[in-house]
Design a protein around this ligand. Structure first.
Ligand code: GLC
Length: 556
């Protein structure tokens, strides 16, 4: 069955709004951990479909699905073995179509993940490359090179993998001898494609069309700034992790090379040839002014604002990043996006439970200093209320609407993030934000599955965080998120304009249209301005705004 003739385009109520993405609140689903329909302890597509009412009730505009494609799961599905299929663990293409149809009926758009920098070492193209000799057209789809040193025993350059260790792995040739090396910016199970080869470009266009024909509303594009590498793959004796900055005006040879923009322009043309305003969202850990170049009018639509996500709970830093982000994106006519959590970083309800900066992807073990859970949640609620008052588009990560903390006491034996092994058990990694969600206060896995044996174990304290436990509690985090999203939509804050008001040190105070926002980051209560009333607040308010609280006000 091909989808082009069986899948209807987005329904009229969705197709009508050209600019939906400029203001959209997009909810990220990590399929492995959202909801399990078949009792194997791993989430799946039918599980998601069965829970879509939760998203409709929350009031989001779109959902983004992290990869659900066939994959050996060396990197949680970001090692894709087949770009145009569904992993049997997650269901079938028919299950995907059912999910999409149900989401559209509920008025929720669906964005899928495109992983173009690398595939899985189990992809047929890579297996074919391994089976052929050096110099073959099959090898030219990837970056194969001879090694340096006497027997070619040293990697071709000094690049390191984002998951620690060299970015190169040596292969064994057909005659059994050690042979060439291939490049992988991430795990050895994730060989980088060679985007200088037109066959790679053509194949990804086929993938884009495949999902567009099925009716998806767009793509979140994984590590999109790494597709093109500098000619000759030169050494780079500088750090390449975290937000990537130029050194003496030169970008690292694996990041943000000029050639990426032609690829995005070609994709934009392709998307624009479809109806329904399909979008591209860039995942690139670049400073705002570099990320903005990817979202010029003929390239992608949006880029994640990782600078915002990285900003600690400090008033001056927050104000600066908000201004910097709006300025950088306004200059290219793109909406600013906002994000506090995703599947790669410590959940913000825990991050803000530490005083001072936190290593985002490092992970926390049971013996490490633990976050203050109450303080973290209080600040997280205030931070979300601040974020959702800002103009532009916002991304939410599954479970943050429940105020879920990072799981900081996972048994080390359960860890799956490849960085844990590759770092020699130095870096625990990102599993703590990927633990299966609690839906009910009781049950073998709090309603996630029929089995208690979930792919990552859930903590015993999950019950009160469950969606069911919070649904009818007006003080719950779920209730707060619902209220913020409803008011954001009602007051059209996504299309609004931010104007700072004067405020005491440590207080962020601004208007966006009819809504006036105050976030108190001091340790003292601050008085509410006169002749205003509170429409929503992240914590109880009297005639003062307590520390670590955000309020939305309107004039009486
Ligand atoms: C992106 C993904 C992350 C993955 C990496 C490699 O950063 O968000 O989860 O490990 O790319 O694909």
């Amino acid at each position: 069955m091909t989808s082009a003739d069986t899948t209807p385009p987005a329904p009229a109520h969705l197709a009508a709004d050209d600019d939906w993405w400029r203001t959209a609140v997009i909810y990220q689903i990590y399929p492995r951990s959202f909801a399990d329909s078949d009792g194997d302890g791993t989430g799946d597509l039918p599980g998601i479909t069965a829970r879509l009412d939760h998203l409709a009730d929350l009031g989001v505009d779109a959902l983004w699905l992290s990869p659900f494609y066939p994959s050996p799961q060396r990197d949680g599905g970001y090692d894709v073995a087949d770009y145009r299929a569904v992993d049997p663990r997650y269901g079938t293409l028919a299950d995907f179509d059912a999910l999409l149809a149900r989401a559209h009926t509920l008025g929720i758009r669906v964005v899928v993940d495109l992983v173009p920098n690398h595939c899985s070492s189990e992809h047929t193209a890579f297996r074919a490359a391994l089976a052929t000799a050096p110099g073959s057209p099959e090898r030219d789809l990837f970056h194969f090179r001879d090694g340096r040193g006497p027997d070619g025993g040293l990697p071709p350059n000094d690049w390191t993998s984002m998951f620690e260790g060299p970015a190169w792995t040596r292969v064994t040739e057909a005659d059994g001898r050690p042979g060439q090396w291939y490049l992988h910016l991430f795990d050895p199970g994730q060989p980088d494609w060679n985007w200088d080869n037109p066959a790679v470009r053509a194949d990804f266009e086929t993938t884009l069309r495949f999902w567009l024909d099925r009716g998806v509303d767009g793509f979140r594009v994984d590590v999109c700034d790494a597709l093109v590498k500098a000619d000759g793959l030169p050494d780079w004796p500088h750090p390449t992790h975290g937000v990537i900055e130029p050194v003496d005006g030169v970008m690292p040879p694996m990041w943000d090379q000029e050639g990426i923009h032609d690829i995005f322009r070609a994709w934009r043309k392709l998307l624009d040839s479809y109806d329904g305003h399909r979008i591209l969202c860039a995942e690139a850990w670049l400073p705002p002014e570099r990320a903005a170049r990817i979202i010029r009018p003929d390239e992608m639509h949006q880029a994640f604002n990782f600078r915002f996500l990285e900003t600690p709970w400090e008033p001056d830093a927050l104000r600066a990043v908000i201004d910097e982000s709006l300025t950088a994106n306004d200059e290219v006519g793109a909406p600013t996006t906002w994000v506090l959590s995703n599947h790669d970083v410590m959940r913000h309800a825990s991050r803000f439970g530490y005083d001072g900066p936190v290593a985002l992807e490092h992970g926390v073990g049971a013996d490490d200093p633990q976050p203050d859970r109450a303080a973290g949640l209080r600040r997280a609620r205030a931070a979300t209320a601040l974020m959702l008052a800002l103009p532009g588009s916002a991304y939410l990560y599954q479970g943050e609407e429940l105020g879920l903390p990072e799981v900081t006491d996972l048994p080390d034996a359960a860890r799956q993030d490849p960085v844990w092994e590759r770092s020699g058990h130095r870096i625990r990694g990102r599993d703590g934000c990927r633990v299966p969600l609690p839906w009910t206060s009781q049950g073998p896995s709090f309603g996630f599955s029929d089995t208690p044996d979930t792919w990552l174990p859930q903590p015993s304290y999950y019950g009160p965080y469950a969606a069911e436990s919070q649904r009818d509690d007006p003080d719950s985090t779920l209730h707060l998120y619902r209220g913020l999203l409803r008011l954001r939509r009602h007051h059209r804050l996504g299309t609004g304009e931010l104007r700072w008001l004067s405020s005491p040190d440590g207080v962020l105070h601004f208007t966006n249209g009819a809504i006036e926002v105050m976030t108190n980051l001091t340790s003292q209560p601050v008085p509410l301005p006169p002749s205003r009333h509170v429409v929503i607040a992240s914590a109880a308010v009297t005639d003062h705004v307590a520390p670590d609280t955000t309020v939305w006000l309107v004039r009486d």
